[in-house]
Ligand binder design. Sequence first.
Ligand code: 26W
Length: 824
Amino acid sequence: MIETKTSMRQQPRELLWQESLDKDTFSRLFTEKLEMYRGVSVADATPEDTYIVLAQIAKERATRMGFTTMNEIQQHQKKQIYYFSIEFLLGRMLEQNLLSLGLLGVCEESMADLKLDLEKAYEIELDPGLGNGGLGRLAACFMDSLAFCGFPGHGCSIRYKHGLFEQRIVDGNQIEMADNWLRNENVWEIKKPSKAVTVKFGGSIREEVVEGRHVFHHDDPELVIAMPYDIPMIGSDQVVNNLRLFSAESVRQFNFEAFSSGDYINAISDKYSAEAISEILYPDDSSYNNHLLRLKQQYFFVSAGIQTIIRHHKKYYGDLKAFPDYVSIHINDTHPAVAVPELMRILIDEEGFDWDEAWDITVRTISYTNHTILPEALERWDVTIFRTLLPRIFMIVNEINERFCRDLWELFPGDWERIGRMAIIGGNQIRMAFLAIVGSHSVNGVAEVHSEILKAELFHDFYEVYPQRFFNMTNGVTQRRWLQKANPDLTDLITQAIGTKWLSSPMELTQLDVQGFTRDAAFLEQMARIKRENKAKLAEIIHANKRIAVDPASIFDVQVKRFHAYKRQLLLALYILELYIRLRNDRDLEIAPRTFIFGGKAAPGYRFAKETIKFISTIADIINNDTEIRGMIKVVFLENYRVSLAEDIFPASDVSEQISTASKEASGTGNMKFMFNGAITIGTMDGANVEIFEAVGEGNYVRFGLTVPEVLELYRTGSYRCLEYYDSDPRLQQIVTEFINTQPDVIGKAEFPNIYDSLITYNDEYFLFKDFGPYVDAQSEIDRLYRDQDRWRQMSAMNTAYAGRFSSDEVIRRYARDIWRLVP
Ligand code: 26W
């Protein structure tokens, strides 16, 4: 392109729309915006200035693409998927968005030219921690893949003022700090006041018959405004979808009558009771609580989301009869399950459909994913709370239940026991999973073993009635964040070896094996060098945060995930103590030095999980300061585990700890991120570990422990006696009596009472004692394999080579084809 004077002076806007931006154009655009919007020159620009301006450039370019994408959708009347999730664990967006827009390279060159530190600018961005863990992060990976694969797929959720708490470890204890992520404005969002809708709560329903039709009036409801904020979900510079986050606002900011009558509290109570809805994310990720505010949050974003979707549909396609041909609504677990009665309400009460028509549209539109079988995580709303808050919705749920039970009676006449078992409303509770299954055309689990358990156990009754509705959709993760962004050196090495095709079709990674790179010493040397450099970077982060010096040459053995008894962080802690005692007893014990790295948050009210964090911090202090063991092992608890920290951990990991009690981890997704980055899994045959094992093969995965059928059998028979294993294993006895309860004969004197009780008093619900022996053997296998570096490097390369099937691009294409019936 010839540089003419005019082009030199082209306004930022023209520059912005230029198809491809070269370095100088980008620098000019950046400088212009810096001066105009931040009022500073390049010389005075702070990392914050750099971050904001770069984000604005990316956002504006994306927003423009968003219009193109929407026009494209309307023009071709494309079907769209709306992914409803109460959590989206997005992580930082700047570098990812620059990568997806194809601007990362030119931006890096430009910033280098302008002598601005891009890494520092990236650090400015606060993690939007709008999620707890697996479920929320999966939703974020799915948004990335929907856009990248060119599917018209949008997200719908809540714009929490406070995301997941910030974790601090003080004297070994988890302390929770409020996460005020919006304190420096969120540059990525666009507020859409013109798209705001109103959501009704409480009040009462008055029914009347008008010309033979039942009309339902919602009297004296509490009205709450749902203000949408849209964030572009950038797939490439061709497709940009939308994540709509609703913020709750009060219809009336100030109640003057109350004020003038001196009732100051009431003057502002409306405001605060409304805004409380989007104030904070509930930090529980596995135990359901009957909190009214949580139900209010669920109905708030679901009603707002469906209202805006129906308004949009009517504007562009008019008739709602064909709604399921243009719209798919996916509910991410049961948290958005009120979508079923809400869509019915709007179709019947506002659009005049009769029940059967409305029901047909609803079932054909909605699909549901289950993410856990833990009984304590299955939502069962108390009827009174539900009816009080959502009187009309409760009426509809009641009718759905009656009609469903009538159908069951047809199918299983006289079988009251079964109907009672399957009823949506039972025991004064609304079983949200049953509502989701009955109201959806598809129900899927998130890994093969999990989906089998749903069909054989948890939802067996429903599988017998709707076998055609049950699917498996094994989870996936976006390699654009978890490999390309997090591990650029490995990305370049792979591309040098097998070309760029794998970037758009990750299954191509198998070419690393097909073309022999997984057995090529030079390639493996390179890969090992990159792993070592990533470990050195993480060692610096560990030293900066924890003042602990770890050796990058040691095995980085990592367990990062939410703390939960079934994930068995305690089992790894027991192994560390077993090894520590062996090192203490045998000064010449030969092992590969190892650094154990833990990370993860515990739900604030989850005492056992918090005590486990304290236990790990305690043994870390003991081990890290015991000079007797010659520094052969170190234990690190990295605080405030979150998406941006995870991006530094996976590329630097040698061993991926996936040691949950078989049948308990629905899938896991961290296991897949480790695999993409060449870490070797030590794991049980649980969740997606089974498919990882199948993909990479016997020799490239270290498996151990009870299988799903064995665990289910133990639970069915109740035959497990933990003391059988404890009394026959002196290692366990020493560990428990030295570190967990030094006075086992004295009641209530245990140093770690919750841990002691879970293991001994309550008979070890998650079979740690039974899996302990096999786990120690598996860990010895890891030690043996690591010391054979040629072998280890091959195993590492094989994991990366066979990780492609766990890309979220792969599973999103399956959802689109088999469940949502979308065309890219
Ligand atoms: C009601 C409280 C609550 C909140 C969140 C209960 C349950 C949840 C989530 C379903 C828990 C969760 O994140 N499950 C995880 O979902 C991942 C994505 O599918 C899976 O990979 C994990 O195995 C599963 O534990």
